[in-house]
Design a protein around this ligand. Structure first.
Ligand code: TH1
Length: 835
């Protein structure tokens, strides 16, 4: 009943039959109907999963009604459509989110209760679709939610990976990966559109000839053709009828295969070819912020992009429009460079398939695409070995040469023949081996380029894309990331939601800026108490989960210090653990030390091939084993590594956080979005001036944020001057002791080899300036602990954090994209009776 406040819904929904009705009675009827007709069961023998499926199908029926109405309205009105291309969508469980957006959480809770079942059991049955690595994939999911909430016509395109991000287990302190077989029990949220499929060519060679009209033509003879089949998932907006489509492509063997094998009699080969086709959408690459340069990854990218563009062109032409006006119908957003091959594919489709002249094709292309950059890390900037690229996409290689030739021709004049600039702008990189620079292709082919936080955009303009900015300043803008308050507050923190709505009503859920009105209660002792009571409840809930998952007992009265995100050196989980060790040593030195009890909560996956990140996980667990079990500590410190960080677990962790740890090396985290979710849930940030931290601090006020560390400018300067980590080690006693302990095997049963690489890396390279920021971090943590002692002022800081997070709603981000880049307007969808 925490969701009671959010159960209003549009009054136009009047149907009350078993497929559309929203009353408790209609919902009960629908669940029982589905139990019988979909699951083939009756209540006495039905499992929880049967009930979950029955409820899911009941909800889907209600979505379908709105979905069909949305599609109909978009097409009939010929409205401009946003097309979001992303290789990742980290959606998280659908059921609860759909109940909230449909405004029927309370009704379903009652319906299930009256059927003798607990809604929570059913919610727990859903296996989340983890079709993304981290922030980038989750951002795409938040943006799909906001597009629908704002009633903007939109399609999200991506890949229906059969296996999403791996599941993480911790064994003996090490990360062990297990496959994510999320489809094993079926997926009630998708509709397979078998009839909606496209062929995609791969490999082979290109023939050139002159046709009868004397026109030069290219004929791509592929080595392999695969088929992409559309799987659609409805995305309903919060308390609106708008229901957009997330269209994910599954790769299969085309029909012609059976024919080929039948003729040649080479059955084995035919079966192998079929497997090769199906492999393309088999598994998500588990690398966050690193490129993998693998053929299969390029095939995946091209596969989904080609299907998506063919689909969009089909939609456009079926409306009776001319191909030249494609960019009037669609605004196509590239979520990083992963779909940037779309620019070459668009040219191929227009020039080779639709017979457009080059300049006309280029005009359409460059008016269609916009590119979002998400990282400055050099190891994440995608490039493809030119030979490898040509072996997969021979025609696109030719097209890219031509795009580059014409482009460089144009810019040579503008840069007065400056060779360094020409090299940096060229789409093709020269070296021992030539390579294709996807970011340059994206920049050349897009009408808009944006970064994801103010600092990140400034750094883009002054470093990685400096020469592009000099050429096309008008293309650049900042679009600071946001997160959806529906999932990250209403759904994950229902108690806080009720408390807030009890004070200021519930329109903040759609207009997050209204949280400002909570400021009036920040000093109100009663409200402070209610606020901290909710926090305490959520900490108890998390404590139970922690005990259940790790066997570690944590004290909900202690300060929950939360560091959850992908494990990466630039995110500096090792800086956090060095601080843990420092506190531990203070206690060991003085066992009666007065210290604020703390629970350090870590969670996050490491890329399976990233040795250093995996070693950091082992280090966290090793330190935890010693600290958690040392009787001198007397439970004042606990270190928890919560396994298998994903959307479901995040929803339990964020509401329970006191401190939000955002300690990346300044200049490295493009934005971050976990920082926003934590602050929204009343956690106070301890962080560097990096990514969106800068804007969060501006918004909440510097007195409600624990700042430390070098600035991006200072980091760059220090590196330039020749940074020497060893001097910091020598100068800081606590730091030296901590590192010496790690090196000597204090935390690893005297094994002095296991962490050697990590220690050496810190002492002699330290590319992310962990040692340089250590002292400043420890000092800032002392302030945080001091502040935590004063419950009233902490409560105030916490309330003010939530109250001032309005800017960080993904609704705000999407409004900016709509107004400033896509030029699209909302189209309210009406439900006119039954369909
Ligand atoms: C992340 C950025 O690291 C993060 O700062 C940002 O908030 C998020 O994107 C959303 O904008 C990125 N994730 C990836 C993943 C891959 C490649 C590059 C990036 S940048 C695979």
């Amino acid at each position: 009943n925490e969701h009671a406040a959010s159960s209003q819904r549009p009054s136009e929904v009047l149907d009350e039959d078993a497929r559309t009705g929203l009353s408790v009675e209609a919902l009960k009827k629908a669940i029982l109907n589905n139990l019988f007709y979909v699951q083939g069961k009756y209540p006495e023998i039905a499992t929880r999963n049967d009930y979950y499926m029955s409820l899911a199908y009941a909800v889907r029926d209600r979505l379908l009604q709105r979905w069909v109405a949305s599609v109909k309205q978009y097409l009939e009105g010929r409205h401009r459509i946003v097309s979001y291309l992303s290789a990742e969508y980290l959606l998280g469980p659908h059921l609860a989110n759909n109940l909230i957006n449909l405004g029927i959480f309370k009704e379903v809770e009652q319906a299930t209760q009256e059927l003798g079942i607990n809604l929570q059991w059913l919610l727990d049955k859903e296996v989340e679709p983890g079709l993304g690595n981290g922030g980038l994939g989750r951002l795409a999911a938040c943006y799909m939610d906001s597009l629908a909430a704002l009633e903007v016509p939109a399609i999200g395109y991506g890949i229906r990976y059969q296996f999403g991000i791996f599941e993480q287990e911790i064994r003996d302190g090490w990360q062990v990966e297990d496959t994510d077989n999320w489809l094993r029990r079926g997926n009630p949220w998708e509709i397979a559109r078998r009839e909606l499929n496209y062929e995609v060519k791969l490999g082979g060679y290109v023939q050139h000839y002159m046709d009868r009209d004397g026109k030069f033509r290219s004929n791509w003879i592929p080595e392999l053709t695969v088929k992409g089949v559309a799987y659609d998932t409805p995305i309903v907006g919060y308390k609106v009828n708008t229901t957009n489509t997330l269209r994910l492509w599954k790769s299969e063997a085309p029909k012609s295969f059976d024919f080929q094998s039948f003729n040649s009699g080479d059955y084995n080969n035919a079966v192998n070819q079929k497997i090769i086709c199906e492999n393309i959408s088999k598994v998500l690459y588990p690398n966050d912020e690193t490129l993998s340069g693998k053929i299969l990854r390029l095939q995946q990218q091209y596969f989904f992009v080609s299907c998506s563009l063919q689909d969009m062109i089909g939609i456009h032409l079926r409306q009776g429009e001319k191909i030249e006006d494609f960019n009037v119908t669609f605004a196509v957003q590239l979520n990083d460079t992963h779909p940037a091959i779309a620019i070459a594919e668009m040219m191929r489709l227009l020039v080779d398939e639709y017979d457009l002249e080059w300049v006309d094709a280029w005009r359409v292309t460059t008016r269609s695409f916009a590119y979002t950059n998400h990282t400055l890390l050099p190891e994440a900037l995608e490039t493809w070995d030119l030979e490898l690229f040509g072996s997969v996409l021979p025609r696109h290689l030719e097209l890219i040469y031509e795009i580059n030739r014409r482009f460089l021709d144009e810019v040579t004049i503008k840069v007065y023949g400056n060779h360094n600039k020409i090299n940096s702008l060229s789409i093709i990189g020269e070296g021992p081996r030539k390579y294709i620079k996807m970011a340059n292709l994206a920049c050349a082919g897009s009408f808009a380029i944006n970064g994801v936080a103010a600092l990140h955009t400034e750094l883009l303009k002054s470093t990685v894309l400096k020469d592009w900015y000099a050429l096309y300043p008008e293309k650049f803008s900042n679009k600071t990331n946001g997160v959806t308050p529906r999932r990250w507050l209403v759904l994950s923190n229902p108690k806080l939601t009720s408390l807030i709505s009890g004070k200021i009503g519930e329109s903040w859920i759609k207009h997050l800026e209204e949280l400002k009105r909570l400021e009036a209660f920040a000093d109100d002792p009663e409200f402070q108490k209610a606020w901290m009571d909710v926090k305490y409840e959520m900490k108890k809930t998390l404590a139970k989960k922690i005990l259940n998952r790790t066997g570690i007992k944590v004290n909900p009265d202690s300060l929950f210090d939360v560091h959850v995100k992908r494990i990466h050196e630039y995110k500096r989980q090792h800086l956090n653990i060095l601080h843990v060790i420092a506190l531990y040593n203070r206690i060991k030195k003085n066992p009666s030390l007065e210290i604020v009890p703390r629970t350090f909560i870590f969670a996050g996956k490491a890329a399976p091939g990233y040795r250093m990140a995996k070693l950091i996980i082992k280090l966290i667990n090793s330190v935890g084993e010693i600290v958690n079990n040392d009787p001198d500590v007397m439970d004042r410190l606990k270190v928890v590594f919560f396994p298998n960080y994903n959307v479901s677990n995040a929803q339990v962790i964020y509401p329970a956080a006191d401190l939000s740890v955002q300690i990346s090396t300044a200049g490295k985290e493009a934005s971050g979005t976990g920082n926003m979710k934590l602050s929204m849930n009343g956690a106070i940030t301890i962080g560097t001036l990096d990514g969106a931290n800068v804007e969060i601090r501006e918004a909440v006020g510097e007195e409600n944020f624990f700042l430390f560390g070098l600035t991006a400018e200072e980091v760059a300067k220090k590196k330039n001057e020749g940074y020497n980590p060893y001097s910091y080690y020598l100068e800081n006693e606590e730091l030296k002791l901590a590192i010496d302990q790690i090196a000597s095997g204090y935390f690893s049963h005297l094994d002095d080899k296991i962490f050697k690489d990590l220690v050496d890396n810190l002492l002699y390279h330290d590319p992310f300036l962990v040692l340089a920021d250590f002292a400043s971090y420890v000092a800032s943590q002392e302030q945080a602990a001091e502040a935590f002692k004063d419950k009233k002022s902490w409560a105030k800081m916490s309330i003010l954090n939530t109250a001032r997070m309005g800017k960080f709603s993904s609704d705000r981000s999407i409004r900016e994209y709509c107004d400033e880049i896509w030029k699209v307007k909302s189209v309210p969808v009406h439900l006119n009776g039954k369909y």
